[in-house]
Design a protein around this ligand. Structure first.
Ligand code: PGA
Length: 259
């Protein structure tokens, strides 16, 4: 059974104080989890420190970014090997905040995807549409373009053991979660597209949803097994809320697995 992957994307937040207090709390709840698997994505500078704190637990580390180069004169960048060195398992790429504020385009993101896989880390590829693109019914086109751009420099096998996070831009940080039926439609569409190229590969892809996930709005997401995880921003920063949210996810997964 695939465990449900909850990734806490802390973005540009955190401090030693925040980490020391909260990793203890996360480790405690992690003990009791049967269906959920937790991953923490702090800013780069805290990855190594957190890696030491979560040793001997099932909690994993996710990096928020990586460079496309392995070494050399690239001031300010971090390579896949460096991430591996400090115990990182997953790398978020294609997040809309990087596409918007750092002008990362689909070709650049595709290069990252291929490199991350080549060095045996797991990419979390974020794909999602703006409100405008949604109105213009461009969601499918956006997904296809990103997938095809990766296929242009690699082949369909590259998608094995990867994560695709559907994150509508209008839902990120807005308090408006997407409707589960729309999420389901997008995920089924991506599944169908990849499966038309290779039926087996699609079974090895995790599909996460991200965008304003919180304790109050997730119930509908567990009516059926459409998604394999959440990418959570804001709600992962207040520990009391985050713990309630994890408990609720775990309870819903228990019920779903019983039915
Ligand atoms: P949010 O962020 O949960 O605050 O909407 C999600 C994300 O950006 O991954």
């Amino acid at each position: 059974m695939k465990k449900f992957l909850v990734t806490a994307n802390w973005k540009l937040n955190g401090s030693y104080n925040f980490i020391n207090k909260n990793i203890k709390i996360i480790k405690k709840i992690n003990h009791s989890l049967k269906y959920c698997q937790l991953s923490i994505s702090p800013p780069y500078v805290y990855l190594h420190y957190i890696n030491n704190l979560i040793k001997n637990t099932s909690i994993s580390l996710t990096a928020q970014n990586v460079d496309i180069h392995l070494k050399g004169s690239f001031t300010g960048e971090i390579s896949v090997n460096m991430l591996k060195d400090i115990g990182v398992k997953y790398v978020i790429i294609g997040h809309s905040e990087r596409r918007i504020y750092h002008n990362e385009d689909i070709n650049f993101i595709s290069k990252k995807f291929v490199l991350i896989k080549k060095y045996n880390l797991i990419p979390i590829l974020c794909i999602g549409e703006t409100e405008e693109q949604r109105k213009n019914k461009l969601i499918e086109k956006i997904c296809i373009n990103q997938i095809n751009s990766i296929l242009k420099i690699s082949n369909i096998n590259i998608f094995s053991n990867t994560i695709i996070a559907y994150e509508p831009l209008w839902a990120i940080g807005s308090g408006k979660i997407a409707d589960i039926n729309e999420v389901k439609k997008v995920i089924l569409f991506i599944r169908k597209y990849i499966s038309s190229l290779n039926k087996e590969i699609v079974e090895n892809i995790y599909f996460q949803y991200g965008g304003s996930v919180n304790y109050f709005n997730i119930n509908n997401f567990f009516k059926k097994k459409y998604i394999n995880g959440f990418l959570i921003g804001k709600a992962s920063l207040t520990m009391k809320n985050f713990i309630f949210l994890i408990e609720k996810i775990e309870k819903n997964l228990y019920l779903l697995n019983r039915s």
